[in-house]
Design a binder for this molecule. Structure first.
Ligand code: CAA
Ligand code: NAD
Length: 285
């Protein structure tokens, strides 16, 4: 049983994976970053180097800290290349089959002691764990976006997650300077069970012609002191991810109040995924 994490493999170099790799490296964990799309791996790497450079320019970090963080990071082009690690954090697309295939592969590749964590926003940890022979070593480690800024890590226990594994992951989150909050395995956990229906409702308000995206966002920013309006936040999260989460809530609870707004479906079908594709409720080019 592992009680201290030293090296970490992050799978998926998108906005979450690149942020997760960065915060681990800044805390001096040895980090391997993998993505199955070489361009995505390069984009994620570039995003990390740019953010670290910006932190030096802003005086939030000295040059030596930047170079030490970079020395702790390594890009890998296969899961095998990472070798044996203490912890894996999976941050690929929000799709059960993709995650299940990765966890099944990790289960055969990684030593028995390795903890397998998913950054999933909503998918059942218990179901992901069931594709492995080590469900007691599988856990949800849900970082918030943008990872370097947001203090929360929602730590989700699957049905079989070992107490010692939970403690190790909690302590690891704290070593990154984050606050861990324990939640049980349930659709959307707590974060997205509460946040995503609000975003979906904001999309319905636009769909029904109640207000423009700008007006909806202004109401929530100025009236409720939210740092971003719900539609800006949806574009920031990614509309594909928002739709996947609403589908998990709808299927998991079986209640109409979680029905994804047709406008959200339409945007995702059009490839308007928000900030990452340059178009969503707003334009970003
Ligand atoms: N990556 C890294 N750092 C970022 C960033 C990014 N994408 N965007 C902004 N930042 C940093 C900036 O560098 C800046 O850092 P310093 O203060 O240290 O200089 C800081 O964040 C503030 O940035 P700005 O002044 O440019 O802008 P802001 O004051 O509007 O803050 C924000 C930006 C922190 C993103 C803020 O708008 C915010 O808190 N938005 C809401 C974010 C949120 O709700 N996240 C949760 C999403 S849901 C989720 O993650 C769960 C899920 O499963 C979907
Ligand atoms: P993203 O689209 O930015 O990145 C996903 C990355 O996964 C891409 O680079 C893609 O090439 C890679 N990928 C896809 N299939 C792969 C595979 N089989 N092997 C290796 N890499 C693969 O997505 P994201 O926003 O970073 O979200 C990633 C995960 O984090 C999702 O589960 C999402 O629900 C969760 N999450 C997202 C947010 C958010 O605000 N976007 C917040 C918390 C958690």
């Amino acid at each position: 049983m592992i009680d201290q994490i030293r090296n970490v493999l992050v799978i998926g170099a998108g906005q979450m994976g690149s942020g997760i790799a960065q915060v681990f490296a800044q805390s001096h964990y040895k980090v391997f970053l993998y993505d199955n799309q070489p361009e995505a791996l390069d984009r994620g790497w570039k995003a990390i180097t740019q953010r670290l450079k910006k932190q030096v320019e802003k005086g939030q970090m000295v040059e030596q800290q930047r170079s030490v963080a970079l020395r702790h990071l390594q890009k890998v082009t296969s899961l095998e290349e990472a070798g044996q690690v203490d912890l894996v954090v999976e941050a690929v697309v929000e799709a059960m089959q993709v995650k299940a295939d990765i966890f099944a592969a990790l289960d055969t590749l990684m030593p028995e002691k390795t903890i397998l964590a998913s950054n999933t926003s909503s998918l059942p940890i218990t179901e992901i764990a069931a594709v492995t022979q080590r469900p007691q070593q599988v856990i949800g480690m849900h970082f918030m976006n943008p990872v370097p800024v947001m203090p929360l890590v929602e730590v989700i226990r699957g049905l079989a997650t070992d107490d010692a594994v939970y403690e190790t992951v909690k302590q690891t989150a704290e070593a990154l300077g984050k606050t861990a909050v324990e939640v049980m395995d349930s659709p959307g956990f707590v974060s997205n069970r509460v946040l995503m229906p609000m975003i979906n409702e904001a999309i319905y308000a636009v769909y029904e012609g109640v207000a423009t995206p700008e007006a909806v966002d202004a109401v929530m920013k100025l009236g409720m002191n939210h740092p971003m309006g719900p539609l800006t936040l949806a574009d920031f999260i990614g509309l594909d991810t928002c739709l996947s989460i609403m589908e998990v809530l709808h299927e998991g609870f079986g209640e109409d109040k979680y029905r994804p707004c047709p406008l959200l479906r339409k945007y995702v079908k059009a490839g308007w995924l928000g900030k990452k594709t340059g178009k969503g409720f707003y334009n970003y080019s």
